[in-house]
Each structure stands twice: as C-alpha cells, then as structure tokens.
Write a protein that binds this ligand. Sequence first.
Ligand SMILES: Nc1ncnc2c1ncn2[C@@H]1O[C@H](COP(=O)(O)OP(=O)(O)O)[C@@H](O)[C@H]1O
Ligand SMILES: [Mg+2]
Length: 362
Amino acid sequence: MKRYWKVAVLANIKDDSQPKPEGVPPDAFSDFDHIETIDSLRAAIETDGHKTVFIQADRELPFALRDHQPDICFNIAEGLGGDAREAQVPALLEMMGIPYTGSRVLTNGISLDKTLTKRIWRDRRLPVAPFQEFIVGDEPLRPELKYPLFVKPAREGTGMGVDTKAIVTKEKELRERAQYIINTYQQPALVEVFLPGREFTVGILGRADAKLYSRNPEWYEKDGFHRFPILELDMTRSVTPKVYSNASKSKEVGEEGAPGYFCPAVVEPELEKKLRYFALRAHQLLGALDISRTDIRLDEEGNPRLLEINTLPGLTPDYSDLCLQAKAEGIRYEDLILDILYLGASRWGMVAPRELPTPAKN
Ligand SMILES: Nc1ncnc2c1ncn2[C@@H]1O[C@H](COP(=O)(O)OP(=O)(O)O)[C@@H](O)[C@H]1O
Ligand SMILES: [Mg+2]
C-alpha cells in the first residue's frame, strides 16, 4: 500500500479585492476560503510526508483533476450555485472514481438545505424549533409559529442573509423579510420560532472504526467518535447582538464586535450530555462521515434546539469554530487535519487498519 500520496486540496477561494458579479447578494461567497487557509491545510498534510496541490473547485476542476491525477482529494469546496452546491465536488469525484475526505454527495446536498435537514431530524425526534418554509412569501403562517420569528435563507451558510433584521415581531416584518430573502438569495426562506437562549456549536470526529485508522486512537471513545469540547458563542458584545451573523463571523477572534468564544463552555453536566448526544445523533441521522459541526440554541425554557449541521465545517486555524474547539483541548491543527485525511482515505481502501505509525510524543 502506498504510504505517501499526492493530495489535492479542493476549495473555492475568495478574492476580496475583486468586485462581485452583478445580481448576487452583498454577502455572496462568504463561505469561500482565503488562500491562507489552503496554505495551512497543505502545510499540515505535508508534515506527514505527502505531496499536495491546490485545485480551485471551479468549472475547470474536471480537467485539472485529469491533469494532476491526485491519489486523494481533501475536500472543503463549497461549490458554485444551484440548490446543492456543497454536493457538486463530491458528485464529480465519485463520477471520476477519485477518493476524497468527509461526507458524500447526499449528505452534503441535504445538509446545505436547512429545511430538509430539520425534517429528517424531526422525524427521528431530535428537538428543532417549529418551522415553516416560505417559497413565494405569502403562504399563510402556521399557528405554531408564534412571534418573535427568525427568517433566514434555507440554503446558505456562514451567516449569509442573517443579521438582526432576521428577527421579526409582526406580520408586516415577516412578509418583508421573507420576500427579501426569496428575491435576494433566489431560494426559499426558512421561518423558525426565535430561540432567545444561549448558543453552542458541537463538533464530531470519527466513526465506529476510527481507532483503526487514526494516528491518535486515544482521541476516540468506545463508540469510535470524538466529541470536541462544546464552544459557546456569546453574542452580547457582537456587532449583531443576539445573532451569529455574517458580519460577526467576519471579525477576527478577539476583535471589537466579534462574538465571545468560550471553549469549553461552562454548562451543567446534564445539558452538556444532551448537547453532545444531539450533535452525534444529528451527524448520524444525516449520514455524515468523519467530521461535522452542529449548531444548537436554547429556547426560552432552556431546552436545546438544533439549528443546522455543517458537514464541511470551516478549517481555518485559530478562527473556525471547529479549530477553536480542537485547540481548546490541545489537539494540534496538523493532527486534526491528518486524522480527517486518514479517516477519509481508509474508506477508499488506502490505509490498512493500524498501518499508520502513531506520532512520537515529545
Ligand atoms: N431560530 C433561531 N433563533 C435564534 N437565532 C437563530 C435562529 N436560527 C439562526 N439563528 C442565528 O443565526 C445564526 C446563523 O444561523 P444558522 O442556522 O446557524 O446558519 P448558518 O450558520 O449556516 O448561516 C445562528 O448561529 C444563530 O445565531
Ligand atoms: Mg451556523
């Protein structure tokens, strides 16, 4: 079995110096990555002897893949347009028979769609706030949706389309906001009961047989999963109090107007148990693979309600929620990235169980 691979990092890069094309929302492409994140990923992968190449996940991707012939792709690509953009690159790689990391087509397609995701969770009794999808905007509001409500695009990420105006307190505001979302983002508006409580995000790494393929088997619990320490987002001093918006996510950690990041969050053991359990079930019910991060808020009675799952969580060191969680428990960025790579590779038969050397402890 080949020990050193050619690893292609696939991503969509944002270039803030370029003007946005006409007709796209003001916060379009916020989920794209900066080139520095790609450099960090490549450096992490190269620490274990692999060669890396970065390939932009645009319309030239099929040709670039044919030219580069990578052994495996480290996929963080958000994709371009359509109703399931995060599934585009996995679909292409499956078609070309190229191994890649993380969740596959169906999971990435569904998890981008918050309405579909919540329908699946609700069906299996995971707690979600009452919700309704507005496709035209003037649908009659269902009686269980009591004000204040929260309106967001059904298929965006990184707080796109989300600011303090997302909270609506009466019919007129609701209709205006739903119409704004539908027109600006060209997709349905998801309307939910507003959750006024604390906000957490919970990362999951691994799967049943993770210990066999990890360089760090001690990270994984008996069931094969690693639960990262819970991260609490404190919005009180953020530019958009109450909401983890696109504007607040754009701030550096610690910068004026950024949310407070607390990890591990100070929570009662019972709540902590629930948050971890829900994040794991959320991951499993969507068929997520190896890595995910689930956002959860408390309702007015303090009960957790699942907001969404990120099956392509941001991986910018010292900035992305998942990286902050790993750091809080002393997991090095390089080790996190390599475990995602090896767990992915093992599913494509590229790693023999327990073949990998465990890293020397200093
Ligand atoms: N029902 C809700 N009640 C209160 N706040 C919400 C609700 N839904 C979303 N938010 C706020 O908006 C932010 C972004 O929403 P989320 O569903 O996580 O989408 P994304 O992170 O993909 O943009 C959340 O982190 C939270 O602060
Ligand atoms: Mg979120």
